[in-house]
Ligand binder design. Structure first.
Ligand code: TRP
Length: 327
């Protein structure tokens, strides 16, 4: 059976956290085994919120190094930076013409960002069109995304279908793969873990910083000698991410028996997180601490991505009439 082409991207926002890891990076890395994985860093998208060029460039290389250290395999997968295949911006322009303004106006992610004070500029508004181009340019079958991106995927399907209707079968209409767990990863304050809430635990931060943050995870005030509720318990939920099924059951049993002190569990969790990422940290400090190596891998990835885009580019240029010669 033909392997499915799976594509996803994660914004290079610097200091990737364990919510990014369990929500998106690890599932992607695990998918490499049985699929054709396309994974990229959407730095054009990052322009919607990052206006410091030095910072964006640095975040891009760092996010790439993080991904590679955590197991992204550039031999097995196609791993690149979005803007290294600038043809995606060309496709965005073409797709703009089959995208209705009304649909973009209904985008909850856009409305949320504006209501949180972001400037309502056009880049933010047309974010879903660029995301659609990312997906369609490489003939993607499946897109694993968090629940917050579900609507964007529906838009991508809508845009692909419109283009195909207007110009004839061209694009694969992508299927979403919604990870139910995403969004359920709480930060240290119990809200969804997110950089914008300043409640994250970093993957590759220092140990003191990690300890300080873990010790400040919000807990209820059940006294130590009473059983603890595990539902909506941020400490339990975060700890569980690092455990297999059986470990999780015994942690649950510990929470349910009297005598458990939250502070003891937190101290233990610091060590668990630290040890979990230890081998990756070594990679991060070694091979992937060298930005030249990382950049070389990214450039090779972009070549592979461009090759996959070729037939789609050829088709859209021809069908739209942009290619006016040799018709
Ligand atoms: N919008 C996605 C996010 O913020 C990132 C992204 C950009 C993406 N282009 C994509 C995800 C294409 C999947 C497919 O998480």
């Amino acid at each position: 059976m033909k392997k499915k082409r799976i594509l996803s991207g994660i914004q290079p926002s610097g200091n990737l956290h364990i919510g990014n890891y369990f929500g998106m990076m690890k599932p992607m890395i695990d998918l490499q085994a049985d699929n054709e994985l396309f994974c990229f860093l959407p730095n054009y998208h990052a322009l919607t919120s990052q206006t410091d060029g030095e910072v964006l460039a640095q975040n891009t290389v760092e996010a790439a190094a993080d991904f590679l250290s955590l197991g992204m395999d550039p031999e097995k997968s196609v791993f690149w930076v979005q803007s290294d295949v600038p043809e995606v911006a060309e496709l965005t322009w073409v797709l703009n013409n089959v995208t209705s303004v009304g649909m973009l106006e209904r985008a909850t992610s856009y409305k949320d960002k504006v209501s949180r004070g972001m400037t309502a500029h056009h880049g933010l508004f047309s974010y879903p069109v660029l995301m659609t181009a990312d997906i369609l340019l490489y003939g993607t079958d499946v897109v694993p995304v968090g629940k917050d991106q579900k609507q964007h995927l529906e838009m991508a399907r809508d845009i692909a279908t419109k283009f195909n209707t207007l110009y004839g079968e061209t694009f694969v209409v992508p299927e979403p793969l919604i990870a139910e767990s995403t969004g359920l990863i709480p930060g240290i304050d119990g809200q969804k873990m997110s950089k914008s809430y300043n409640n994250t635990l970093e993957i590759f931060g220092g140990k003191d910083d990690l300890a300080e943050k873990v010790m400040s995870i919000v807990t209820d005030n059940t006294p130590p000698d009473e059983p603890k509720d595990t539902k909506n318990n941020a400490l339990f939920m975060i700890y569980s991410l690092f455990l297999e099924e059986s470990g999780r059951s015994s942690l649950e049993a510990r929470f349910h028996s009297p005598g458990l002190k939250y502070s003891d569990v937190k101290k233990e969790l610091v060590e668990v997180i630290w040890d979990f990422f230890a081998p990756y940290r070594e990679m991060r400090g070694g091979l992937y601490g060298d930005s030249e190596t990382v950049i070389k891998i990214l450039k090779q990835g972009a070549e592979k991505a461009r090759a996959a885009a070729e037939s789609y580019l050829e088709a859209i240029r021809k069908k739209t009439g942009l290619k006016y010669w040799n018709r």
